[in-house]
Design a binder for this molecule. Structure first.
Ligand SMILES: Nc1ncnc2c1ncn2[C@@H]1O[C@H](COP(=O)(O)OP(=O)(O)O)[C@@H](O)[C@H]1O
Ligand SMILES: [Mg+2]
Length: 181
């Protein structure tokens, strides 16, 4: 894993390509998987994607994660539609949810472009609050919610952007209480 190239400097804000991850090892672990492809996505596809994701999360009894999953799906799907299209619109986009019961949930959003998602990194002398007012905040928000954020170029057309949410932090053991009698 590592940076693909030196970050382009845009004023006080830096744009850093997301890291890449070795994928073959991950797929060997047992997990549940659901996926959707929209071949000719309409304007409402981000909303539909959020909805099907929340339903899947409920089916897997992960409802405490629903808000964060919906936010990640909405931002990444928005990016797939606005930045991930090469050569016209509409082009296919996809959503995958991969649940590893031992650890985590992956949100996977695919599009047809091979351009790298660029994470906005506030420069040393810039105000982080100011950075949130500018373009380029979607991936920053997803990065803060997710435990890991990366992307992968596909051997055919396009790429997938991944956000991993670790399940334990949503299911803290109950504390407090005490003897009843
Ligand atoms: N799926 C994608 N395909 C290609 N480029 C992307 C994709 N997602 C993000 N990017 C690049 O990363 C930048 C930052 O994305 P983001 O933080 O969501 O901000 P915004 O969408 O407001 O530009 C985008 O401006 C774009 O250059
Ligand atoms: Mg965005």
């Amino acid at each position: 894993m590592g940076l693909l190239s030196s970050p382009p400097n845009t004023g006080t804000l830096m744009r850093i390509p997301l890291p890449v991850l070795d994928w073959t090892e991950v797929l060997q672990q047992r997990h549940r998987y659901r996926s959707w492809v929209w071949r000719r996505p309409g304007l409402n596809v981000a909303g539909i994607a959020r909805q099907v994701a929340v339903e899947a999360v409920a089916d897997w009894r992960l409802s405490p994660m629903a808000d964060d999953v919906a936010l990640c799906v909405g931002e990444l799907m928005g990016n797939a539609l606005t930045h991930g299209q090469s050569g016209g619109w509409p082009l296919p986009v996809s959503l995958g949810l991969r649940y590893f019961p031992t650890c985590c949930l992956f949100v996977e959003v695919g599009d047809t472009s091979t351009a790298a998602p660029l994470l906005t990194a506030p420069g040393r002398d810039s105000d982080p609050a100011e950075a949130l007012l500018m373009d380029g905040r979607g991936l920053m928000i997803v990065q803060r919610i997710a435990d890991h954020l990366w992307w992968r170029q596909l051997s055919g057309l396009g790429k997938t952007v991944y956000a991993r949410l670790d399940t334990p932090r949503y299911f803290e053991p109950l504390t407090g209480g005490g003897d009843c009698g």
